[in-house]
Every structure is written in structure tokens, then in C-alpha cells.
Ligand binder design. Structure first.
Ligand code: GLA
Length: 371
């Protein structure tokens, strides 16, 4: 039998200890929650093309991906006769190679749609029939290309006002409120097996939640396929309340739907009072005191962020209907909240920092699952 001297034993125990401690420091989000829901991240073009520094972290920690921008209408279908698929093809390939649950985002939205979609050659609004035809072609072409490979789609994004009434977008103005029904019908036609979602922000607020329920019930009453509802989850440190989140999940669950948090982040910076929800068209001037942590996040705020994230995950875990939690970005440096609603701030909304290190929020989330 091989004998160990004191020195080699010390070496061995150090190596094992080091390996264990490295392992202990590296739990993964996707493993921690594998019996509950997918853990996703929205990824940008640098990440898709492998140019960004967080590629390994993405693959290690996440088992679902959403394209931050490349599948939006203006990117994938900028002109009537021009589709640009290269970036989305790479996005889907990345997800397939890594066996991820792949999300298509988004088919019909009022924002990031080129003007030509709604206009004829003279710049006049097109008719309902023409717009429906364009919507049909778009959905069939994009979803058809990725049929059987993209697992779920945000078919309609942000159709509601804050009070739960229908947003007066070009879609409702030209087609009417039934643009939603048509979008879901076309989506089912394009890929009958894909999961189909209605996605919006602030639908944990009671009035807007009721608006979403109305949309969903209308689809269900007409036998039109809808699989789930996406609560975007662009949150703040103080709003929304945990009760609102909890109750909205319960409401959507009652409709027999999967519920997912599709764009989760927590803004730790001061919020302009006039700011409403997550409408990307809002922008404010950078005023004094609105960028309080340009260098780093103080420990006290870091801890509050960790606690708030843990509170959210405790609620998510209560519901079997919650099937996915997707962060809007991988690490703080990538977040849209560094530039919105005020440009030029340093924000800390995610659970990995700019050096790709797990933050206290990462550990507090993992703890909620009790492993
Ligand atoms: C909305 C959209 C997302 C994204 C965010 C901001 O929530 O659904 O695609 O544009 O705004 O990045």
C-alpha cells in the first residue's frame, strides 16, 4: 500500500480543500432551481457572437436565453423585402448547442417596429387587411424559420395601458383590438408546438393585471392558444409590493397558464418621479444626486438588493406555475438600466457584477431554494 508522508498529506488535503471551496463558491443558478423553473438571461449581440467576456458565465449559470434586441422587428425585418437572420440564427444555435430553453422576443410590439410596416408607398396608413397580411408574413417567416428550435415566444408585448385599457398603438388603430387574437392565431399556425406568451410590464398592478386577464380570457374563450403570461419584472427597491407580485401570480395561475418573469432586474438608483413603468420611450435629464454610486455599490444597499431578490424568489418558489425566471442581462455592466430612463448612470440591477463575480444577491437567491 502506498504510504503518505506528512507533507504529501498536507498537500492532498489542501488540494481537496481548495477544490471543495472553489466548488462551494460556485453553485449555479440553473442547478439550484432545476426542479422549479428555468433560469434565463437576455443576451445581446456581443454575447451571441462570443465577443463578450461573459460567455462562460452565461453557459455555466443559465439554461434559457432571450434575445435582447436581434429578433425585434426593426432588426430582423428592417425593410419590406429584407429579412436579416444572421444574428438570430447564431442566437438559436448558441441555445441549441448548450441545450437551453430558447425564447423568441418579440413578434408584435408597438416599439422598435420600422415605420414602413404601417405605411403605404405614399406614407399613408395601410388598411387593416394590409397590416394583417404584413403581420402574418412576419410571424410565419420568423417563427417558421425556427420551428421546433425556439421553445417559446413573446407573441404580443405590452398591449396595455397602466389602467388596464388597450394601448392606442398603430396595431390597435389600424387593425383593432383583435390584432392580439390574430397574432396568436398566426403564431400557432407558424409553429404549433411552440409555447405562446402574452408579455407586459406592471401587470402585477391590480388594474393592469385585470387588463391582462381580460386579454387572456378572451383568447381562451375563442379557443386560441396561449400558453403563458410573461410578467416582465423591471422592478425597483420599493415597488411593486411583494403582495402585488404574489397575488398577480395567483390570478394568472387560476387561468391555467404558465407564469414567467421574463425581464427581471431591480433598479437601485433614484427613480424620476414622473417615471411610469418600463416604457422605453421615456427619457429624463441626468440631474444632481441621481447617479449616487458611480464607483461601487455601498454594502448596505448591496444587502438590501440581496434581501429584495430573495423575497422575490421565495414567492416564485411558492407556485408550481412559475416556469421560468429570466434576468434582463447577465451582469451589471450589460444592463439597459445604465442608460435608461436617464443616460450615463452606473446601475447594479443584476446578480453578477461587472467583474462577473456573484453578488450577495446571487447567494441570497440560491439560499431560498434550501439547498
Ligand atoms: C421592454 C422590452 C424589452 C426591452 C426592454 C428594455 O421591456 O420588452 O425587449 O426593450 O423594454 O431593454
Amino acid at each position: 500500500m502506498r504510504s503518505f508522508n506528512a507533507k504529501s498529506l498536507l498537500c492532498l488535503s489542501l488540494t481537496v480543500g481548495l477544490a471543495l471551496s472553489t466548488y462551494a463558491q460556485k453553485p449555479t443558478l440553473k442547478d439550484a432551481f432545476k426542479d422549479h423553473f428555468y433560469i434565463g438571461a437576455a443576451i445581446n449581440e456581443g454575447q451571441i457572437s462570443g465577443k463578450s467576456k461573459d460567455g462562460a458565465l452565461l453557459i455555466e449559470q443559465f439554461n434559457s436565453i432571450t434575445p435582447e434586441n436581434c429578433m425585434k422587428w426593426e432588426r430582423i425585418h428592417p425593410k419590406a423585402n429584407e429579412y436579416k437572420f444572421a444574428m438570430t440564427d447564431s442566437f438559436v444555435a448558441l441555445g441549441q448547442i448548450n441545450k437551453m430553453f430558447i425564447i423568441g422576443h418579440c413578434m408584435v410590439w408597438h416599439s422598435q417596429v420600422p415605420r414602413w410596416v404601417f405605411q403605404d408607398s405614399l406614407g399613408k396608413p395601410v388598411t387593416r387587411e394590409v397590416l394583417l397580411q404584413r403581420m402574418h408574413d412576419h410571424i410565419i417567416t420568423v417563427m417558421g424559420r425556427y420551428k421546433g428550435r425556439v421553445n417559446g415566444y413573446d407573441v404580443v408585448n405590452e398591449a396595455l395601458n397602466e389602467d388596464g385599457t388597450m394601448r392606442k398603438s398603430r396595431w390597435t388603430q389600424i387593425i383593432g383590438d383583435d390584432f392580439i387574437e390574430k397574432a396568436f392565431e398566426y403564431a400557432k399556425e407558424a409553429d404549433p408546438n411552440a409555447e405562446l406568451y402574452y408579455n407586459d410590464y406592471n401587470i402585477e398592478q391590480p388594474a393592469k393585471c385585470q387588463g391582462a386577464i381580460k386579454i387572456i380570457k378572451n383568447l381562451q374563450a375563442k379557443g386560441i392558444k396561449i400558453t403563458g403570461v410573461g410578467i416582465q419584472g423591471h422592478y425597483h427597491m420599493d415597488i411593486p409590493s411583494l403582495k402585488e407580485i404574489d397575488e398577480s401570480i395567483a390570478e394568472f395561475t387560476k387561468l391555467g397558464l404558465k407564469v414567467m418573469f421574463t425581464e427581471l432586474d431591480i433598479n437601485v438608483l433614484p427613480r424620476p418621479e414622473e417615471l411610469k413603468g418600463a416604457d422605453v420611450s421615456q427619457n429624463f435629464e441626468l440631474k444632481k444626486n441621481q447617479n449616487p454610486y458611480p464607483e461601487s455599490l455601498p454594502d448596505s444597499v448591496q444587502q438590501k438588493l440581496a434581501d429584495r431578490y430573495a423575497d422575490f424568489f421565495k414567492i416564485f418558489l411558492k407556485y408550481k406555475s412559475v416556469s421560468r425566471v429570466t434576468f434582463w442581462g447577465v451582469e451589471d455592466g450589460q444592463s439597459w438600466l445604465n442608460g435608461w430612463p436617464i443616460r450615463g448612470r452606473t446601475n447594479y440591477p443584476l446578480v453578477f457584477d461587472r467583474k462577473l463575480q456573484p453578488k450577495p444577491a446571487f447567494y441570497s437567491i440560491i439560499k431560498t431554494v434550501g439547498k
